[in-house]
Design a binder for this molecule. Structure first.
Ligand code: SF4
Length: 211
């Protein structure tokens, strides 16, 4: 199984304080930036607000696709691999009309990583299933040109770049990891023993046929 994020690594994060809170890179759309392909936040704005309702964590929103391709834009998907393969020149990013967006996606990924380094980011919380931000699952080719959308385990281009820079990543669907992280920044939070990360869910296990 390919698990891009490492739960133990993210739990080794330094102790945050009110004077030096965790500096968390956040997918821009989840912070309400109107940076989606259609110029919206896809309705995800504010989904992480509870996590940041503490002086111990500060959000740093960024959208790599907006940085590399602009908004609005075609809908990018990775063909022939995942974000790591794109960075290595072994896979391409095409939009729904077949336009090659590979270089723009790499430019946006590099911009996000530079932003993360300059802001001394501790951790990134990213939107899964995005060709840029995904940390667990991506579309396997275009989500529009196949009868049934196909998926593959893997990371988006920006997530791959962040991982190569040594920045821990986690997706908004990794509920067990996020629950544990929240407990570290909110002393009143009670851990949910039933919370699962995305790679532990029934959908993931059934779709990818792994355990
Ligand atoms: S590239 Fe990332 S931040 Fe930008 S719209 Fe897509 S998921 Fe959100």
């Amino acid at each position: 199984m390919r698990i891009p994020h490492e739960p133990n690594a993210i739990m080794r994060l330094r102790e945050p304080t009110p004077d030096d809170p965790w500096r968390v890179l956040l997918s821009g759309c989840m912070a309400g930036l109107q940076c989606g392909v259609d110029g919206t936040d896809y309705g995800f704005g504010g989904v992480m607000d509870v996590f940041f309702a503490t002086p111990l964590a500060t959000a740093y929103p960024f959208c790599p696709e907006d940085a590399g391709l602009g908004t609005p834009r075609g809908w990018p998907d990775i063909h022939g691999g995942d974000g790591i393969d794109v960075l290595d020149g072994n896979a391409r990013v095409l939009d729904q009309d077949g336009n090659d967006q590979t270089q723009g996606m790499i430019t946006g990924a590099e911009a996000m990583t530079l932003f993360a380094k300059r802001q001394q980011i501790d951790l990134a919380i990213l939107m899964d299933m995005s060709a840029a931000c995904a940390t667990q699952v991506i579309s396997d080719g275009s989500r529009f040109t196949v009868e049934d959308r196909a998926y593959r385990m893997g990371v988006g281009v920006a997530a791959a770049s962040l991982l190569r820079a040594g920045i821990p990543v986690v997706s908004q669907r990794d509920f067990r990891s996020l629950d544990a992280l929240r407990a570290r920044v909110d002393p009143t939070h009670t851990l949910n023993p039933e919370a699962l990360d995305h790679h532990e869910t029934l959908w993931y296990l059934e779709y990818f046929g792994t355990d």
